[in-house]
Design a protein around this ligand. Structure first.
Ligand SMILES: C[S@@+](CC[C@H](N)C(=O)[O-])C[C@H]1O[C@@H](n2cnc3c(N)ncnc32)[C@H](O)[C@@H]1O
Length: 508
C-alpha cells in the first residue's frame, strides 16, 4: 500500500507459486519446458518492464500466433469473494450480516482482510506483488482534480472520490466487526483496495465484483480499434468475457493449422467452465520480445483514468464533449452521451445529425428528420450553419480555459523532466519556475521551503506529480481534439465554398 514499508519484488516467487498451482503458458502441458529465466512463466510469457506501455507487463518469449491460448489460470488460483468466504468462517459470518453492501464493497473488505494476515495469507506471494499505490480518479485530491480544467472532467473526478468515500463509510462497521488493524481501516487503505479491484479484476459469471487473477492481471492494455466486430466481442477486465471453449477446443487450439480458424472468433480471454480456468488468447500475432496486450474494453480517456489510472494519447475510443446551448440537444432524440467529438476531431454521427436538425427552421424539422437521422447532409446552407456553430463552440471552450495547448505542452515537458530529479531542494526551484500552477502544486502539498521539500516523503510528491501529469495530459488531449474539430469544420466550410469537380458534377 501507499508508503508501505513492505519489501519490493518477489516476482519470481509469484511465478513459482503460480506454476506450482497450475498457472501455465505452455500447451499442451506435457511439452512444457522449464522456464528459460526467472522472469519467465514457462514457454510463452515473461514479465518485463514496458516503459512505453504500462510498465510491468507480459512479453512473448517466442513467436505467438493470433488466437493462440497463451495463459491458463486455474479457478483454484482466482482470488474471489466466494473463495475467501469459504476459507474463513469468521469473515463469512460477518459478511452474511451485511446484505446492503455491494459485491465490489465486499470484495474490497475481503481483500483488505486478507492483506491484514500478512505473510500468513495463502495469497501472500500474489498480494506482495500488487502495486503499492494507484492514480485512479478517486485518488485525485483537489489540486489534481482542478488541473483537468474542463468542468465535465472535474465533476467526474469529484464524483468518483465522493462515491469511494461513501462506500468506505458504508463498509466501516463491517471492518470494525472484523477487527481490522487501524492502518487497514483508513480511507487511504480503502482507496488502495478499491483501486486494486477496479483496475485488476476480471469478469466471472458468478460474481459481479469479478476476480483477481494472479499472473493474468499482468497483461497491459491496448485499446480495441473502431472496428465494431472487434469491440462487440470485448468487455473489459472488469467484465471481460469471450465465448467459452470446450476442453476439446482448447486441445485443438494447440494445433497450428487450426489457429487461423480460431483467430476469427477468439479475442482476449474469459473464464471457461469446461476447463475450470481463466483462459487468455492472443488477439494478434506477436514476435519474440513484443508485449502481449489485452483489451479491457472500450473506454474514453477519462474512463481509463477513472478505473485504471492511465490514459492513451492515441485512443480510438476517446470522446470530447462540449457544451451547446440548451435547444441543441433537444432537437433530436439521440441521447446526450452520443453527442461528442471523436479523437480525430470529427463530430459523432449523432452530433452531426442533431446539429443538422438544429440548423433547420423548427417548422421544417419533421419533414427532414428521416434524412438527418440517416446521416445525410440536408443542404449546403444547412451544413455551413452546422460547421460554423461547431467551430464557434470549440473556439469558445478553448478561449475560456485557463491555459493554451502550447502552455500545456511546455508544462508537460517540464513535468517529465522533474521525474529525473532526485535532490528535493532542486525540486522546489523547478516547481517555482512553473508559474502559478507550480506554486499551487507546492501549496497543495504544504511545501513552502526547501526544508519542507527535503522532509516530505518523496513517494508523496511522486504520486501527486503523477496525478497532476495525468490531468495535464488529459486536458491537452481534449484541447487538441477541439483544435482538430476546428480544422475539420474549416475544411468542410472551404469545400462548400469551392466544391471540387466531383461535387460540382453531382450538383449538376
Ligand atoms: C491489469 S494491470 C496490468 C499490469 C500492471 N502494469 C502491473 O504492473 O501490475 C492494469 C494496470 O496497468 C497499467 N497499464 C495497463 N496498460 C497500460 C497502458 N497501455 N499504458 C499505461 N499504463 C497501463 C495501469 O496502471 C493499469 O491500472
Amino acid at each position: 500500500m501507499e508508503g508501505d514499508g513492505e519489501e519490493e519484488g518477489g516476482l519470481e516467487s509469484l511465478l513459482k507459486w503460480g506454476r506450482e498451482l497450475g498457472v501455465s503458458d505452455s500447451f499442451p502441458p506435457e511439452t512444457a519446458a522449464q522456464p528459460r529465466s526467472a522472469s519467465c512463466l514457462g514457454h510463452t510469457l515473461s514479465v518485463s518492464d514496458f516503459r512505453e506501455a504500462g510498465g510491468r507487463g507480459l512479453g512473448a518469449v517466442r513467436e505467438v500466433r493470433k488466437g493462440e491460448l497463451v495463459l491458463k489460470v486455474p479457478k483454484s488460483c482466482l482470488l474471489t469473494t466466494e473463495r475467501l468466504l469459504m476459507d474463513d468462517q469468521c469473515l463469512s459470518a460477518a459478511v452474511k450480516n451485511r446484505p446492503s453492501l455491494s459485491s465490489a464493497q465486499i470484495l474490497t473488505v475481503c481483500l483488505l482482510y486478507e492483506v491484514g494476515k500478512g505473510k500468513k495469507s495463502w495469497w501472500y506471494p500474489y498480494l506482495k506483488n500488487l502495486p503499492r499505490s494507484y492514480s485512479t480518479l478517486p485518488t485525485f485530491r483537489q489540486f489534481g482534480v482542478e488541473a483537468f480544467q474542463v468542468d465535465d472532467a472535474i465533476w467526474v473526478a469529484k464524483k468518483a472520490r465522493w462515491k469511494a468515500e461513501a462506500e468506505w463509510k458504508e463498509a466501516h462497521a463491517l471492518m470494525e466487526e472484523l477487527k481490522f488493524k487501524p492502518r487497514l481501516i483508513t480511507f487511504n487503505s480503502w482507496l488502495w483496495a478499491s483501486a486494486t479491484i477496479s483496475s485488476r479484476t476480471l469478469h466471472v459469471p458468478w460474481d459481479e465484483a469479478g476476480c483477481l487473477c494472479p499472473v493474468g492481471d499482468l497483461f497491459n492494455y491496448a485499446a480495441p480499434g473502431g472496428d465494431l466486430a472487434e469491440s462487440n466481442n470485448i468487455t473489459l477486465t472488469r467484465s471481460l468475457q469471450v465465448k467459452s471453449l470446450s476442453h476439446e477446443e482448447v486441445e485443438y487450439n494447440s494445433k497450428p493449422e487450426q489457429l487461423d480458424t480460431l483467430s476469427q472468433r477468439l479475442t482476449d480471454g474469459g473464464f471457461e467452465e469446461s476447463v475450470n480456468a481463466y483462459c487468455f488468447y492472443a488477439r494478434q500475432h506477436y514476435v519474440r520480445g513484443e508485449q502481449v496486450l489485452l483489451s479491457y474494453g472500450t473506454y474514453t480517456n477519462l474512463e481509463l483514468l477513472e478505473h485504471y489510472g492511465f490514459l492513451l494519447d492515441n485512443n480510438p475510443n476517446d470522446r470530447a464533449y462540449i457544451p451547446f446551448e440548451p435547444g441543441v440537444s433537444s432537437c433530436s432524440s439521440w441521447p446526450t452521451e452520443s453527442l461528442y467529438i471523436n479523437q480525430g476531431g470529427e463530430p459523432s454521427y449523432a452530433l452531426l445529425s442533431t446539429l443538422r436538425l438544429w440548423a433547420t427552421p423548427s417548422n421544417q424539422r419533421r419533414s427532414v428528420g428521416h434524412l438527418a437521422y440517416s446521416g445525410s447532409q440536408l443542404s449546403p446552407q444547412n451544413e455551413m450553419r452546422v460547421m460554423h456553430l461547431l467551430l464557434k463552440c470549440c473556439n469558445t471552450v478553448l478561449q475560456n480555459l485557463p491555459t493554451s495547448i502550447e502552455d500545456d505542452q511546455r508544462l508537460l515537458c517540464s513535468l517529465n523532466q522533474v521525474d529525473g530529479i532526485d535532490a528535493p531542494v532542486e525540486l522546489l526551484d523547478v516547481f517555482l519556475k512553473l508559474g502559478a500552477e507550480g506554486g499551487a502544486f507546492l501549496e497543495s502539498l504544504g511545501l513552502r521551503s526547501r526544508a519542507s521539500v527535503a522532509e516530505s516523503m518523496s513517494w508523496k510528491i511522486e504520486r501527486a506529480l503523477e496525478r497532476w501529469k495525468s490531468a495535464v495530459q488529459w486536458r491537452l488531449r481534449y484541447k487538441r481534439t477541439l483544435m482538430d474539430c476546428i480544422t475539420y469544420c474549416s475544411n468542410v466550410i472551404d469545400s462548400i465554398h469551392s466544391p471540387g469537380p466531383l461535387q460540382m458534377e453531382c450538383a449538376d
